[in-house]
Design a protein around this ligand. Sequence first.
Ligand code: FES
Ligand SMILES: [Fe+2]
Length: 392
Amino acid sequence: MTRTVPQYRRGFVFDAEAQQSAMDLMQRLVTLFQAGSTDLASAQMREPVSNYLDLQLWQREMAEIFYKLPVPVGLSAELPRAGDYKAVNVAGRSILLARGRDGGLNAMMNVCRHRSMQLVPDGCGSARRFTCLYHAWSYGIDGRLLGVQAEDTFGAVDRDEFSLLRLECGERAGLMFVGLTPGVAFDIDEWLGHLLPELETLGLADTVPFSTRYLEGPNWKVTADGYLESYHFASLHPNSVAQTDMSNLAAFDAYGPHMRNTFALKPLAIAAELPRDQWDPMECVGVTYWIFRAWRLPEDGATTSLCRSCCRVRNGARRSLSRRSWFGTRPRMRPNEPWHRPVRISSTTRFATRTMRHSNRCSARCRRWPANARSSDATNQRSSTSIGPSRD
Ligand code: FES
Ligand SMILES: [Fe+2]
């Protein structure tokens, strides 16, 4: 039997404008490198410890940020076909995403309208309808109440009134956004603003999910802080990140509430000695996008990882649960071969090689994410720092 090994291609396909933009970004890093500097704030900033511990502030953050603003909850590529669904807890709320027959995205509270049982266990799958385990009420993939068990004895139930509570949602640049409070609407284009064209260049709609890891942590801002600078690379990650990235050298850009951190990769030191027409930004520039409030989206050309920090209260403390997912660019397959089967990938880059190790232990499209991810917190904590693209 002939085994097909798909050929992976790099994620970026630069057009002239994007190439110019990448070259300009690299020029900024080269200038900083030659000056022995990095992008700097105007002054030192002091952050009161209470901002990480104060319960009332935490509650305000939940109410004003997490429950009011659009939250990125995954990649559209996770739900490629009608009936594909994903049930996930986001900031303490259980939500259900499902791809409709018209190709649109449905987002609902994952809560049965009879007696508030969680309708679908956390995870991914494909379904024609969702049936509650408790008393077997069933709902369509658009959330509409379809069936009530023994309705002749239970009594008539209004289908409109007792369908799942819908959430505002939308998709842009291959990302799925949801508002976590029923009835709260948003305008994604306005929300993403000038960041949207940048996100669209990443080609996220053309990716394949490989795996997801969870990591328990302290207050969500502590987990976010760890990704905001390269100041710690050499001291904290001498054998991993500092092998590929320069320490304490980065460029920062703001896009309203969102931002872009651009780190310098080691080959930049060589490129700085070469004429500009020999530069390759793909080898020298590591771009990380932040979608407010805690979504980090690094892209290295062959793989993308998404890191999301959620708030939770555990044992009375304001804890967080970070979820990190790895995606790769879609393989070129031979005709009739399903793209979503488990595959070995060729190691076109160092990042792809790491992802290969990851994906070989993972079922296709990560249907069993929670089961894999929550097997052991201790295991997850170790592996979360040892596997995956370098900038963690
Ligand atoms: S709680 Fe879901 S059917 Fe009763
Ligand atoms: Fe780090």
